[in-house]
Every structure is written in C-alpha cells, then in structure tokens.
Design a protein around this ligand. Structure first.
Ligand SMILES: Nc1nc2c([nH]c(=O)n2[C@H]2C[C@H](O)[C@@H](COP(=O)(O)OP(=O)(O)OP(=O)(O)O)O2)c(=O)[nH]1
Length: 134
C-alpha cells in the first residue's frame, strides 16, 4: 500500500498581493515543479508549528500563520500527499532559497504561468477564485 504523508505549505503573501513561490531543486522529490514552501508534519507537531519551523529552515525567515486555504489528497506514483495550505505573512527576515532552486514573488493573477506540483493546483484555483481574504 502507498504511504500517505501529511504536508503543510505556506501561501506567503506580501502587501502587493504577490505570492512567494518556490521551485523544487534537483535534489528534492518532484524536481522542477513550483510549490508552496513547507514540508512534512512530524510526530506530535501542530500544522502551524511545522510551517513556522520549515519556513525558517528553508527560507531563513519567520512567518505568522493565518487561516487554512485548502486541503487536498493527491495520489502521486510513489506516495499519497495530504497537503494543507495556509495563508501566511513574513514577520521577520528576508526569504532566501536555502534548499530550493529559486524563489519568486509572483502576482496573484500570474500564478497559473508556473508549472505547479499537481497537489498544489486546488490552492492556486482557490487563490484565483478570490476565496481567500487578502
Ligand atoms: N513542501 C511542499 N511539498 C509539496 C507541495 N506540493 C506537493 O505535492 N508536495 C510534496 C512533495 C513531497 O513529496 C512532499 C513534501 O516533501 P518535502 O521534501 O517538502 O518535505 P520535507 O522537507 O519535510 O521532507 P524531507 O525532504 O526532509 O524528507 O509533498 C507543496 O506545495 N509544498
């Protein structure tokens, strides 16, 4: 049976309604797909705690986590990803790509121009459908 992993992703918005998008590197699973930075929820961790920890590890900045945006189960060939995305804002530091190939601030309306990890599409759709208060 395929393993299911619980993953959280941060939809980090700035004051110009741009979203911080991260390109997965060749060293990661799903290389060259864009994603919402984040990672796997560890045993005993709250979703919000995972996000704050992962963003600090991956981007070197501190975020505040706001409301949940989407919850998606997506079946990849090797694994089932249960992805939870949350709106977030940076409260300290400048994001720098420590593990990703690239970071890019993308205006909300241009999000579809990137090639997203398949599990992320419902979150992109929710953002475009204006279901998120920004
Ligand atoms: N972080 C993140 N992972 C995503 C997204 N969409 C998506 O399908 N995934 C997948 C890719 C991976 O299979 C899994 C998360 O793995 P990860 O590599 O980011 O997590 P991690 O840093 O905790 O894991 P690890 O490399 O230390 O094992 O979820 C997304 O938007 N953000």
């Amino acid at each position: 049976m395929k393993k299911t992993v619980r993953v959280v992703g941060a939809v980090i918005l700035d004051d110009k309604n741009r979203v911080l998008c991260a390109l997965r590197s060749n060293a990661m699973a799903l290389p060259n797909f864009w994603e919402f930075p984040g990672g796997k929820i560890e045993e005993g961790e709250k979703e919000e705690e995972t996000l704050v920890r992962e963003i600090y590890e991956e981007l070197g900045c501190t975020i505040e986590v706001h409301e949940k945006i989407e919850e998606v189960h997506y079946e990849y060939p090797q694994v089932i990803v249960h992805l939870l995305t949350y709106r977030a804002t940076i409260i300290e530091g400048e994001p720098k790509a420590k593990e990703h190939a690239e970071l890019r601030w993308v205006p909300l309306g241009d999000l579809k121009s990137l090639e997203w990890a398949p599990a992320d599409i419902p979150t992109v759709e929710a953002l475009l459908a204006n279901q998120v208060n920004i």
